[in-house]
Design a binder for this molecule. Structure first.
Ligand SMILES: [Zn+2]
Length: 419
């Protein structure tokens, strides 16, 4: 039997909550740390719901039962059962169904005013959801979004305060224009030794949202794939994200009725929303877009397809002559490219880059399973190495050195005359 406990403390303006998953002895326990800032926050959350979602996949992988030491809402326990049904069918070789017991089962009423907290990164998906609901574009179905939550520890590391604050600043004007305030949270829950991020990222994000359930009734996660191009299993999807809810706090998966290009069309109507977009995950400076990687190029084409020729979110505009050499890495990326061509053609856009993109789509070849496994191993090794450096206290100084080098190089590049 595994045991889930919670330790909390307040230090200055911060509240620290630590979920401790004990696998039979203190020596064999894992801690997930969360640091929250803000006023009106209770030190202890009213339930353990969020933490249970954060550790469920690890517990299922372990295969032993889970004893939760603290209150759980009944709805969260129903949902954990159903969530297990999904993952045991999706990955029967990895996850096993386990029994879950809680010290106390409680009911919890939603916080007043039906307020919604949106998980926000500055990417196209969360920016779309902010615009859609912040401007009430969904009519009477619009959520009462008042705040967004930004997480340090996922795409931008815990040891990189500088880049994280630059990412926060980048979105500030846009969020202020919608009267949305920011809730910041830091966590180390993205730990490859603990669970597979591809499977767990929705649950880990939901756990962060649950930290604010004293004030909000809904936590919103922006969709990454539309209903007509779903890829399952995936850690966040419209089939199971709602199962990350508990009584009084509902997780909402938003925007799956829109392709990425349809989202770009909504966002592009608002210059502040477009200017702050932060979509790059391969560039060295994580608070801006490199303009060269696959995601930057794809987002650029999303915006070109809806009529934006020089999107302000790119310091350096991607090079359209590279479109012909785009090669989708998987069926999903291919679907995204097809949706760009479809949207542009339906809106009577004609350009050389569209013909080049059509040719690139036709040249698609499915990836070899060996290459997929190799890529996954490379990413996992990188994360494990980073974790190992953290254990011996070297990660923070090494990364600070690397980040300074990246920034110095970027300054040199920006001073060079255009070629
Ligand atoms: Zn990029």
């Amino acid at each position: 039997m595994m045991h889930l406990d919670l330790a909390t403390r307040t230090e200055g303006d911060f509240i620290y909550r630590t979920a401790i998953l004990n696998k039979g002895s203190k020596l064999n326990s894992i801690k997930l740390n969360y640091r929250l800032s803000g006023t009106n926050m209770p030190e202890r959350p009213s339930s353990m719901d969020g933490f249970a979602f954060a550790v469920i996949l690890n517990a299922m992988k372990n295969g032993a039962g889970l004893h939760i030491h603290g209150p759980m809402t009944q709805l969260a326990l129903y949902n954990l059962e159903e969530l297990q049904q999904a993952w045991t069918l999706w990955k029967p070789d990895v996850y096993r169904h386990i029994d879950i017991v809680a010290d106390e089962i409680i009911d919890k009423t939603p916080a007043p005013e039906n307020k919604t907290l949106l998980a926000f990164s500055g990417g196209l998906d969360s920016t779309f959801s902010a615009v859609r609901h912040g401007m009430k574009l969904a009519g009477s179905g619009s959520h009462n979004i008042r705040s967004v939550m930004m997480v340090q520890g996922f795409d931008i590391g815990r040891d990189n305060d500088k880049f994280f604050m630059k990412a926060v600043e980048r979105s500030q004007k846009f969020l202020e224009s919608l009267s949305l305030d920011m809730r910041l949270i830091m966590t180390d829950s993205e730990n490859p030794a603990f669970q597979d991020w591809d499977d767990s990222h929705g649950a880990e994000l939901a756990c962060c949202l649950h930290q604010f359930s004293n004030e909000f009734s809904f936590g919103m996660i922006g969709s990454t794939k539309p209903y007509n191009c779903l890829t399952l299993p995936n850690g966040s999807n419209p089939a199971t994200d709602h199962l990350l809810s508990g009584s009084g706090f509902t997780i909402v998966h938003d925007g799956a009725g829109y392709t990425r290009t349809a989202k770009a069309e909504v966002v592009a109507r608002h210059p502040l929303a477009t200017a702050q977009l932060r979509v790059c995950y391969e560039g060295k400076l994580q608070y801006r877009n490199c303009g060269r990687c696959e995601k930057c190029m794809r987002t650029y084409l999303n915006l070109r397809a809806v009529g934006v020729d020089s999107p302000a979110c790119f310091d350096v505009q991607p090079d359209l002559s590279q479109v012909a050499s785009i090669r989708a890495r998987n069926q999903c990326q291919l679907g995204e490219l097809v949706s760009i061509v479809d949207f542009a053609r339906n809106n009577n856009v004609s350009a050389q880059w569209l013909d080049d993109l059509q040719n690139a789509i036709e040249a698609y070849a499915p990836p070899q399973p060996r290459n997929v496994a190799r890529t996954k191993l490379r990413i996992s090794t990188k994360r494990m190495l980073s974790k190992g450096l953290g254990y011996v206290g070297l990660r923070r100084p090494l990364k600070a050195l690397i980040h300074r080098a990246y920034e110095a190089n970027a300054e040199v590049q920006s001073r060079l005359p255009p070629s």
